[in-house]
Design a protein around this ligand. Structure first.
Ligand code: NAD
Length: 505
């Protein structure tokens, strides 16, 4: 063995050791289902493994929920709703939400390390997720009392319009922001007065389980139930359950369509937060350095595993060379490696399956004539050989119809297009089935606003990217979804309207 190989082997051993030690410190004590306030084994007694994508080692065996477990969880949720939660005041709900936020904030470091182990995301980014999760609970705690309904005097009638919770809601979330997505779902559902059955992604079930351990004593039994398991088993059982009155799903567009179809059988209300293939438009007035920093963050944050990732760059011809040169240099400077290191910029992808999926798209891009300005495969670095790493990749020269441009790759891969005619550029920017987000980089306020309006998407950043502020609704146009999160509108998605018309005659 060469000395280089020996060093690489020693480094890999050290990373494995560090991950095992960290797992001992931060993993949840319980990896069973959480139903009716108790941790219980799955009905069939089965488990599945969740894998550390940095080392390839098993982190934990987790209860594999199936239809029977979802039935139990839905029943426990209805019991909690009927016997307690439907009667609690907005003030009590506010206190519960605030206590959940406090519990998360008291555990930022450990929750971030747990998220980093299970998902592979850099711990510096995981901390942002954890703080964002606490912020969700604080935001909905803040607006929970501002929901009094309306009254109307109408001649011989007196009308009341009140908002009522659905009762029991079913929530299914993806693996890219496990704790954050759990908070986006739980906070508004509880604030609106519902009880819930949450199904975390099978790749990353641990932070949701740790969260319910942390808040077990502040959330009444059965108000929150967590059923880990596979999508086709536990997920489909939640979204198709006849006693679930509202379904909230975040995940891929393909599965979102199935969820919507199954909800049709029971005419259940559905909100969907789905995939994206968002454009970022760079105008020529902007300093290339500024554009590089924003474009880099737009695509490579969270290893490109962001629904809103700015994965198609439209850069004006006049600054294209400088911006692309700057991007290649910025990619060279990125630290790829152990996500538990504070300095790491890019961790592994969540799973081997996701690596293979990304590599297939890179193959397609090669076949379609793409020119790789950076990356294009897995890093040629023995120290990273255990992990699910993919190089940050820049591809130019693809036809906009290529699958690698049209489909969501969900990895650190940016497709680049140069433009000089605004209308032609905008026609391409909107020529995808998605419409989740977009970015505009220019100091010209008129162009910025015109472009923001022209992009067919639900959320546009001007001179920033990814910063999501509670209060500003987030959600998709076109096949990126139905409904909005992060806002007062979200609370309404978890409520139904009742009109009471009282005759005064
Ligand atoms: P996915 O659709 O494969 O899985 C999402 C969740 O659905 C998982 O919990 C999975 O177990 C479950 N699931 C799978 N099949 C199911 C079925 N038949 N019935 C019910 N549930 C089922 O997506 P993913 O790969 O976990 O996540 C990545 C996707 O999520 C990307 O497309 C990304 O854009 C999207 N996403 C969107 C947002 C948003 O806010 N718009 C946020 C995060 C992620």
């Amino acid at each position: 063995m060469s000395s280089d190989s020996e060093t690489a082997t020693a480094r890999r051993d050290a990373v494995r050791e560090r991950h095992r030690e960290t797992a001992d410190e931060v993993l949840p004590e319980h990896t069973d289902l959480y139903v009716g306030g108790e941790f219980v084994a799955a009905d069939a007694g089965e488990t599945f493994d969740t894998i550390d994508p940095t080392t390839g080692e098993v982190l934990a065996s987790v209860a594999r929920g199936t239809e029977a477990d979802v039935d139990d969880a839905v029943e426990a949720a209805w019991t909690a709703f009927d016997e307690e939660w439907s009667g609690v005041s907005a003030g009590r709900r506010q206190r519960v939400l605030t206590s959940i936020a406090d519990a998360i904030e008291a555990n930022v470091e450990d929750l971030a390390r747990l998220e980093s182990l299970d998902n592979g995301k850099p711990v510096s980014e995981a901390k942002i997720d954890v703080r964002g999760a606490a912020e969700q609970f604080r935001f909905f705690a803040g607006i929970v009392r501002e929901n009094p309904g309306e009254t109307m005097n109408a001649g011989s009638r007196y009308g009341q319009v009140i908002k009522e919770p659905y009762g029991v809601v079913g929530q299914v979330i993806p693996w890219n922001f496990p704790l954050l997505m759990a908070s986006w779902k739980l906070a508004p559902a509880l604030a609106a007065g519902n009880c819930t059955v949450l199904k975390p992604a099978e790749q990353t079930p641990l932070s949701a389980l740790r969260l319910v351990e942390l808040v077990d004593d502040v959330v009444p039994d059965g108000v929150v139930n967590v059923v880990p398991g596979y999508g086709e088993e536990a997920g489909a059982a939640v979204t198709g359950h006849p006693d679930v009155r509202k379904v909230a799903f975040t995940g891929s567009t393909a599965v979102g369509k199935q969820v919507m179809k199954s909800a049709a059988d029971t005419v259940t209300d559905v909100t969907l937060e789905l995939g994206g293939k968002s454009p970022v438009v760079v105008f020529p007035d902007v300093h290339p350095k500024k554009a590089v920093a924003l474009v880099k963050a737009a695509i490579f944050y969270n290893t490109g595993e962001c629904c809103e990732a700015g994965s198609r760059l439209f850069v004006h011809e006049d600054v294209a060379d400088d911006v692309l040169e700057g991007l290649v240099a910025a990619i060279d400077d990125m630290t790829i490696g152990d996500p538990l290191d504070e300095e790491t910029d890019l961790g592994p992808k969540v799973s081997r399956e996701q690596v293979d999926r990304t590599l297939e798209f890179l193959e397609t891009a090669k076949e379609d004539g793409g020119e790789f300005l950076a990356g294009g495969g897995q890093p040629d670095d023995e120290t990273l050989a255990d992990g699910c790493f993919v190089e940050p990749t820049l591809i130019e020269g693809l036809d906009h119809d290529s699958e690698a441009v049209q489909e969501e790759i969900f990895g650190p891969v940016l497709d680049v297009f140069r433009w000089d005619d605004y209308d032609e550029m905008m026609a391409l920017a909107n020529d995808v089935e998605y419409g989740l987000a977009g970015g505009v980089i220019t100091d010209d306020i008129t162009k910025a606003n015109t472009t923001a309006r022209d992009i067919e998407a639900g959320y546009i950043w001007i001179n920033s990217y990814h910063d999501l502020v509670p209060g500003l609704p987030f959600g998709g146009y076109k096949q990126s979804g139905i409904g909005r999160e992060l806002s007062a509108e979200t609370l309404e998605h978890y409520q139904q309207t009742k009109t009471i018309n009282l005759s005064l005659r």
